[in-house]
Write a protein that binds this ligand. Structure first.
Ligand SMILES: C[S@@+](CC[C@H](N)C(=O)[O-])C[C@H]1O[C@@H](n2cnc3c(N)ncnc32)[C@H](O)[C@@H]1O
Length: 309
């Protein structure tokens, strides 16, 4: 199998929920290798328009190759999706009929050791989606103080052993800089009691990736922008891969389904809050057993969707 291939997750479920029509304007906030975008373009036909974001230039280039025959319909944006509103206005794209977020990593990120995302392959401690940004995992691991390291491993990795891990990292880097993924994974492993199950470095690597790419911060901002920008009856769908991400999507979608955001103690509503969404998924949609068998990387996916009122 082409090791750079990325199999789109929950593809038919996502396309169904987006309820696409010929001529629609759609934004794919996370183009990746273009799997979802290709299916979207087939649905919206030759009169449809797609704006596709990816902050990773390598993926953007690969997706452009794949989607060559649709090139006249696509506006590619090499940028973080936190710039959604600015880019839509800059390109006079209008209010989208659908917006998709398929969050996190694509397969090439994990498969190419030089990107530094995998604790199973030797590579530099990089972990940036956008390789032009300055902050890398290497900088965090080698320069942050013990408390700051422990806090971020706890906050973004949900790692109960964050303090022990941070201590081990700081002790080790006194001897020499921690330069690569396997070295870091090994340091973390030495702190674990050797229980069977997932690799002891899983949560720390997740935390570093989220922190380096400001994943939760940019997602929160982009979701608010997306909901605001959607055309009436327009749809938003988000596929997340870990609980912090999913909780954020769930809470923001729910927030916009409310009629009032006044504190409970107030006897009368004073907020004039405008409900903006109708929830299409009361519970998240998850991959079937067959999908997980065919694509193990889909196993943690959760899809939520809503419609703009
Ligand atoms: C899971 S992949 C998307 C896969 C895609 N749906 C497909 O079928 O090929 C996520 C992509 O979003 C990009 N990405 C992640 N966070 C981003 C952000 N904040 N802004 C722009 N792109 C982002 C990553 O670089 C990656 O290429």
């Amino acid at each position: 199998m082409d090791k750079q291939l990325h199999i789109p997750v929950l593809l038919s479920e996502t396309i169904d929920l987006l309820n696409l029509r010929a001529g629609n304007r759609v934004v794919d906030c996370t183009l990746g290798l273009g799997g979802h975008s290709e299916a979207i373009l087939k649905k919206i036909g030759p009169k449809g328009k797609l704006m596709a974001f990816d902050q990773d230039e390598t993926n953007l280039k690969k997706a452009k190759q794949r989607l060559k025959k649709f090139e006249k319909q696509i506006i590619y944006v090499h940028s973080n999706f936190e710039n959604l509103k600015t880019e839509i206005e800059r390109h006079r794209f209008g209010n989208p009929d659908a917006i998709l977020f398929d969050l996190g990593l694509s397969s090439p990120h994990v498969d190419i050791p030089e990107r530094g995302f995998s604790f199973q392959k030797e590579g530099p401690l990089d972990m940036r989606y956008d390789q032009t940004q300055e902050l890398t995992a290497q900088l965090v691991i080698n320069t942050y103080n013990e408390k700051k390291l422990a806090d971020l491993i706890y906050q973004y990795g949900d790692e109960r052993r964050s303090r022990v891990i941070a201590k081990a990292i700081v002790n080790e880097r006194k001897k020499h800089p921690i330069a690569n993924t396997l070295q870091l994974a090994e340091i973390i492993k030495t702190t674990s009691k050797g229980k069977i199950g997932r690799h002891p470095a899983t949560r720390t690597f997740q935390a570093l990736r989220i922190y380096v790419n400001r994943e939760l911060e940019v997602l929160e901002s982009a979701l608010h922008q997306a909901i605001d920008l959607l055309a009436p009856k327009g749809r938003i769908a988000a596929i997340s891969y870990h609980s912090l991400e999913d909780r954020l999507v769930k809470n923001i979608f729910r927030y916009y389904t409310r009629d009032c955001i006044c504190p409970k103690e107030l006897p009368l509503c004073q907020c004039n809050f405008q409900k903006k969404l109708y929830l299409l998924t009361k519970r998240p949609i998850i991959p079937t057993g067959i999908e997980v068998e065919q694509n193990p990387r889909s196993r943690s996916a959760k899809l939520r969707a809503a419609e703009r009122l």
